[in-house]
Write a new protein. Structure first.
Lengths: 459, 388
């Protein structure tokens, strides 16, 4: 092991290589509930060439290698289940290009969502990207490789649908460009080439390490506002979503429900965000949405909520810190969630299952959902705060998480960014030929099985 | 381990907000900037302390370095979105206290505390050299009718930059007719850094000794040179009774405004570095700026990270002496002077002797001596008065 350490320090400045207990401990876990497992080394490369040399070393020595961004999936996707080398990409955080005319950006894999937001606000104030609800220390690439969603997801799909190109270090050490950047200096599009990006999106680093990415940027409007429509009957939610998405007037549509404080009990809130370059544009959109939902107001089944300015500000915030604060609602420092991607019409069933599970385990919950595309699907999160210092509470929440994964698949959904046990459930249910195709692709790309082992793995 | 906050520290989610400035333009945690491993972020540090308190990890020199490398700048308190944010620094100091009690501290921290205990200053300098800079400045005595006790502090007494500051503050007070005196070789360490390194017993001893001395001398008002001393006396001592404590910038601002002090045109572009113990700890942002802006010809260009969002020089919590964040181009002081230089200012203005030492050294290391000067506010004011 000492020789591996020495080899790593020849590749990366010794200051950024560690095999000390403290770093190994920190990188053995994420803020979720998955069992920790320590790596043998943590290394923070600065360049693609350094990543390449680390991968070559790991491949030669057949040592597991785990690429890490913000380590915030909560589902333990970067826990080094078999030890090895954690490659923490956070020093690679430069913006390399912004093309204002073709509205794309190229950046390094360690760039955080927080820094990208600040960068665009400062240098390209008319452009934006789809900011997820994760804390600002989440990396943009990390969010995309797990098919994350963000503020523009209702308009443009999963954040991974916005990729225009990437640079990847393959498990055997070759550096590969994907998309127009492979034949042109411009990283504007994956099409019209064969879509090789899919070999690396949703694979959780088991097929290669993305070192650079191209991403679509979108017009940033001057004004943003929010309306919140509240209903008590979960069966109405798909219709509300259908009506609002039909107007094509909203920036983002999310759902939220929680039993506390009591004023929110039995209410499902549907947040509808609006943007515009003028007050007139904003009012026009607002009127369109109000008109679309007038029938539910007339029937007294739903209505728009009054909001205090601070509540409004909270809901408009990007990234939204209230999502993070959910970890402290029980003063326990943790929350875990399963956020399956489901057909929109399955919302009522998902909601019913959520209530059943929380009742069964005597735990509280927070539900957050987000419409993906023009009602093409939605993320429905079963979120459970837990007390990190209470093993019994953790155990109950783990069981609830297990039941939630089962429920997600039962209702026809697919768990999003699934932890290893949920990956296994998905693979058990998966079409056998599809599963075999996945395994064949993995084997071809990673013949020695070094990349983030344990994930998407058939025993 | 009997960690005082064992029932609270697990509440940190390690979300990482604490690393940032408030608009996310950059990482704003000094130790995270310096080392970049998650273990050196506030969240990582808290998780390690919790792991140590539970016996999941053993103490090590490396763990102690991680715990003591926090400059206690309070950026994490500003940025943390949780309701426990105000407690974070205490959670870290609590771990330090435990390490101090068990003698499990980095050698340099041990030497720092030892020197303060034996000599009343962190370098082990002779007490009788404490007022070597103060030729012609009166001692504060009970018999004189002095308005202020000018508390100079350790950095002001022994470090070149601090002595310059102390001289110019004294010069200003004399010039404007304010009566004051110093304690000279009778002065003791204020104890702020002792408290923040977790040596609560020694802090109490120093605080009590100082309070006793102030009361014996019938002190009514204290001017501190250092924001660190201001913080400890104002917020941590307790028992000062009616004695009022001011940082010198507050007194300057008041005197300049009320006495219409005439200042000459300096024709210079400057930027100002908010010290953590004046800014984030005590919300004193305006008086220094009022003084700077009141000098004719001085154009203040703010750095990107300023006020509550200021980036610490890395000298807090005793690091201006034991410097666990030094020896790198990623050292906070070097990052900060590069940021100051990027504003286009010719002069970096400080109001804390520790920041002065840290940043002047960084200017030299960065090779910016010809491009960026550094001065304390008091020096700038004196220069302006003397040019008149």
């Amino acid at each position: 092991m000492q020789s591996i350490y020495k080899s790593l320090t020849k590749i990366v400045d010794e200051e950024f290589v560690s095999n000390q207990k403290e770093e190994l401990y920190i990188y053995s876990q994420d803020p979720g509930m998955m069992e920790p497992h320590e790596p043998d080394f943590v290394v923070m490369p600065k360049t693609t060439e350094e990543v390449q040399e680390i991968v070559k070393l790991a491949n030669k020595e057949k040592i597991p290698i785990v690429p890490v961004g913000g380590s915030l999936s909560l589902s333990g996707l970067v826990i080094p289940h078999q030890g090895g080398i954690v490659v923490d990409l956070r020093r690679m955080d430069q913006v390399l290009e912004v093309n204002e005319e073709s509205r794309y950006i190229v950046f390094e894999a360690g760039l955080t969502t927080g820094k990208l937001k600040a960068y665009l606000e400062k240098y390209h104030p008319l452009l934006r990207f789809s900011i997820p609800d994760a804390p600002p220390s989440a990396t943009v690439v990390g969010n995309i490789v797990i098919h994350g969603q963000g503020r523009l997801t209702q308009q443009y799909g999963f954040n991974s649908d916005m990729v225009t190109g990437m640079e990847v270090v393959l498990p055997t050490g070759e550096v590969c460009k994907i998309g127009s950047g492979s034949v042109s200096p411009y990283w504007f599009s994956l099409a019209p080439l064969p879509d090789l990006a899919g070999l690396f999106l949703g694979w959780f680093g088991t097929t290669g390490i993305i070192t650079k990415m191209g991403l679509k940027l979108y017009p940033k409007k001057k004004l943003r506002d929010i309306e919140v429509f509240a209903v008590e009957d979960p069966n109405l939610v798909p219709d509300v979503i259908q009506r609002v998405t039909h107007t094509e007037m909203s920036e983002d549509i999310f759902t939220g429900a929680q039993p506390y404080p009591p004023v929110f009990k039995d209410i499902i809130m549907i947040g509808i965000l609006l943007t515009g370059d003028s007050k007139e544009e904003l009012e026009f959109k607002r009127n369109m949405i109000w008109d679309a939902l007038q029938c539910h107001i007339d029937s007294k089944e739903g209505g728009f909520m009054m909001m205090t300015p601070d509540v409004k500000q909270d809901l408009l915030e990007m990234p939204t810190s209230s999502t993070t604060r959910f970890a402290d609602v029980k003063k326990g420092g943790g929350f875990e969630y399963c956020g399956p991607i489901i057909p929109v019409e399955k919302f009522p069933e998902a909601f019913t299952r959520l209530l059943e599970i929380t009742k069964k385990y005597g735990i509280t919950f927070g539900n957050a959902g987000r419409v993906i595309g023009r009602s093409h699907s939605m993320m429905f999160s079963f979120g459970y705060p837990f007390n990190r210092a209470d093993p019994e509470n953790i155990e109950r929440t783990k069981n609830a998480l297990h039941d939630t994964n089962v429920a997600s698949l039962d209702i026809g959904g697919v768990p999003w960014k699934p932890e290893v046990p949920a990956q296994k459930m998905i693979m058990e249910k998966m079409d056998k030929s599809t599963l075999e195709l996945m395994q064949r692709i993995k084997k071809v790309l990673d013949p020695n099985g070094i990349m983030n082992p344990g994930n998407w793995e058939v025993e | 381990m009997m960690y005082d906050y064992a029932d609270q520290i697990h509440r940190c989610f390690k979300c990482g907000y604490c690393k940032f400035s408030n608009n996310y333009t950059d990482f704003n945690c000094p130790s995270y900037n310096r080392f970049r491993f998650e273990s050196y972020s506030t969240g990582g540090r808290l998780w390690l302390i919790w792991a140590w308190s539970k016996g999941e990890i053993e103490w090590s020199e490396h763990l102690a370095n991680i715990v003591f490398s926090c400059a206690a700048c309070r950026n994490c308190v500003e940025q943390c979105p949780m309701r426990f944010n105000e407690d974070i620094v205490d959670w870290i100091i609590g771990a330090r206290s435990d390490m101090v009690e068990k003698g499990l501290i980095p050698a340099s921290v041990g030497e720092f505390l030892d020197n303060i205990h034996k000599y009343g200053n962190p370098w082990g300098m002779p007490r009788n050299e404490r007022d070597i800079w103060a030729e012609g400045i009166n001692r504060y005595t009970i018999d004189d009718d002095n308005e202020y006790l000018f508390y100079v502090g350790c950095v002001g007494s022994y470090e070149k930059q601090g002595q310059q500051m102390a001289k110019s503050v004294a010069d200003f007070l004399r010039t404007t007719g304010v009566s004051f005196g110093i304690l000279g070789s009778d002065e003791d360490c204020d104890g702020n850094e002792v408290l923040f390194t977790g040596e609560k017993g020694l802090f109490r001893e120093l605080a009590d000794k100082n309070i006793e001395k102030f009361k014996e001398l019938n002190v009514k008002k204290i001017i501190t040179l250092s924001p660190h001393a201001y913080n400890s006396m104002k917020n941590k001592y307790g028992g000062l009774g009616e004695i009022k404590v001011y940082h010198y910038t507050q007194v300057f601002s008041e005197i300049i405004n009320s006495n219409n002090i005439e200042l000459s045109d300096l024709n210079i572009k400057v930027t100002y570095h908010d010290p953590c113990f004046l800014g984030r700890y005590n919300s004193i942002y305006e008086p220094p700026r009022e003084i700077i802006k009141g000098i004719p010809g001085v154009e203040l260009i703010e750095m990107e990270r300023t006020r509550e969002n200021s980036f610490c020089c890395g000298g807090g919590s005793g690091n201006f002496v034991f410097d666990l964040l030094g020896r790198s181009s990623n050292s906070p002081s070097r990052i900060r002077v590069r940021e100051a230089y990027e504003t286009g200012a010719e002069l970096l203005i400080v109001s804390c002797p520790s920041c002065y030492c840290m940043l002047e050294e960084a200017i030299k290391t960065e090779g910016l001596e010809e491009k960026l000067m550094i001065k304390d506010i008091s020096e700038l004011v004196i220069e302006s008065i003397k040019n008149k």
